[in-house]
Every structure is written in C-alpha cells, then in structure tokens.
Design a protein around this ligand. Structure first.
Ligand code: UTP
Length: 288
C-alpha cells in the first residue's frame, strides 16, 4: 500500500485561542516566525510524504496559499538585495503537492476527515492535527510509517497521561505486543478516569486505512454533537486490527493559550543565540 498522503484538518473554530481566532485561523498563528501549520508540513516533508490536503473553513484556501511560491515576494526581496532572506524561504512546493477542501461548518474532526475521501482514494493515509507539535529526532510520521511497514494496519499515536488528564483525551485500551506497541481492544472518547484503567491518550497523528471512510459515513454525532473520529475508529476496530504506538518525542499542545506560550519558549530556547538571553529574561520575570 502506498503511503504518500497527509490530511491536515484545520476547519475548527479555535475557541480556546479567542479573540485572536476572530481575525486569523489558529493554524496560521505563528510560533516565533512560522505558523503552527508549518511545523506539521515540515514533519510531513521530513517523513517523505508527497501530498498534503488541508481541510479548511475558508473558501480562499489561505493555508494552502501560504505554502505556494510567492513570486511577488521573491521579486521584492531580489530588488532590495535581501538575498539571505530569499535563500531562507522554504520551498515546500518543490517537494510537496498541496490541496485544499472546504468544510463549511465545523461538524467535528470526523466530518473533516470524511471530506478527504476523494483525495485519499483507496490508500492508507495519515492525519496530522496541527495543535500537537511534536519535536522528535525521528519525525513522528516517519516513526509511524516504520511501524506500518510491520503491521500494515491503522496506527494511532498515543502518550501516557495522568489520572486527571484522562477526561481530556480519547483513551485507548489494548494489549502490549512489543515495547510501546499495543493491539487496541477499545477506544473511548474523553472517559472519566474511573471508567478505564488505561492511561494511553490519543495524540494528533493517525495512520488510517481507507476503511475509515465507510465507518465515518455511519458514525452518529457523538460528544459535542459532532462526528468524532474516535467513534469511527471504534467502528473500524470491529472490522480491522488497529494498533496504538507510543511515539518518541516532546509534544506540546499549542491549541490553547498556555500551550502556545510554552511552544514559543521551547522553540525560542532551541535557538542557541537566544537561549542565554531568554533564560536571563525568564529568571528576571520569576524573581520579581
Ligand atoms: P479541536 O477539538 O481542537 O477544536 O479540533 P478546534 O475548533 O480546532 O479548537 P477549540 O477547541 O475550539 O479551541 C481538533 C482538530 O480538528 C479540526 C481542528 O481544526 C483541529 O485541528 N477540526 C475540528 C476540523 O477540521 N473540523 C471540525 O469541524 C472540527
């Protein structure tokens, strides 16, 4: 089975980042100098994917446009002799093909993924949620691809969470078949900690077989009156084996205000030139 396509749902309302999301889609809010969606696209590129579909709420496809060549900008930088800036501009369009689909109403992550059916055709594909920024030596999509070469089944990435965090996530119950790899028995969307013994929470990287589309079509509206991807995965589990994979890397949820701030500091501190200055500033802030 080919594995070349990434779907990036980006049609949510982004209420946790209001009021900024009144003006700008949350995926275009920058962490330092790059919109959050660029971290997801970089990961896809480094993991050797070839095609990216954005599901967006705007008809203009501004997220897709961001990744295309901007000849006017190139021309401007050349004219001003800002060759270093020109050199630094990433050229994603040379390695990836970008597509966009419009989700007119936020009907849930499941409804968004269903819009990818024509794009995906009959292949396995991955879904990346932009909020989950994962810094890893081996990009997470690549890690998942490596697991897929063994399982040839759908794979959901997971991480261990604490008891109090359980109700915030989709939770996976399964049997560990090798270190960090679980054959899933059940998935539950945002259970109470007392309703499951598992602490394996679903994080926004999925590898799905095309069988998911038939499941999405019959998935009733669930929590928040939305079509939940987790519910469709439960249906798929009745027909196919699905695995959960504990990825290796540092994950930041940049979908809320504190997470966005953490991501700014995390990536700021990765810049060697800024690190000492940033530390001085943070020390000063917390000492006063
Ligand atoms: P979230 O649950 O984070 O919702 O969606 P949200 O609307 O983006 O943000 P908040 O909670 O209101 O702040 C998870 C992912 O699914 C996408 C979102 O863009 C996000 O990447 N999504 C959600 C859609 O594409 N369409 C939808 O109808 C709902």
């Amino acid at each position: 089975m080919n594995l070349t396509k990434v779907v990036i749902p980006a049609a949510g309302r982004g209420t946790r980042l209001l009021p900024a999301t009144k003006a700008v889609q949350k995926e275009l809010i920058p962490i330092i100098d790059k919109p959050t969606v660029e971290y997801a696209v970089e990961e896809a590129l480094k993991s050797d994917f070839k095609e990216v579909l954005f599901i967006t709420s705007d008809k203009e496809g501004s997220i897709k446009n961001y990744f295309l060549e901007d000849k006017n900008l190139n021309h401007y930088l050349e004219e001003k002799k800002k060759y270093d800036l020109l050199e630094e501009l990433p050229q994603y369009h040379q390695s990836l093909r970008f597509h966009s689909a419009h989700q007119p109403e936020a009907g849930g992550l499941g409804a968004a993924v269903l819009l990818a059916e024509d794009f995906v055709q009959n292949e396995a594909f991955t879904v990346t949620l932009v909020d989950d920024i994962i810094d890893a030596d081996v990009p997470v999509l690549k890690q998942i691809k490596n697991v897929f070469s063994k399982t040839r089944s759908s794979i959901i990435s997971v991480m261990e969470v604490s008891d109090i965090e359980v109700p915030m996530y989709g939770i996976v119950e399964g049997e560990e078949v090798e270190p960090g790899l679980y054959k899933i028995k059940r998935v539950v969307e945002k259970p109470k900690a007392s309703e499951t013994t598992s602490r394996l929470a679903i994080i926004g990287r999925y590898l799905l077989t095309p069988g998911i589309f038939e499941c999405l079509k019959i998935t009733p509206r669930g929590k928040s009156n939305e079509i939940q991807l987790t519910d469709a995965i439960s249906l798929l589990l009745q027909k196919e084996e699905i695995y959960a994979y504990k990825f290796k890397g540092t994950r930041i949820d940049a979908g809320d205000k504190l997470g966005l701030l953490k991501a700014q500091l995390y990536f700021g501190a990765k810049n060697r030139l800024w690190k000492a200055e940033l530390k001085k500033y943070v020390d000063f802030l917390f000492s006063s």
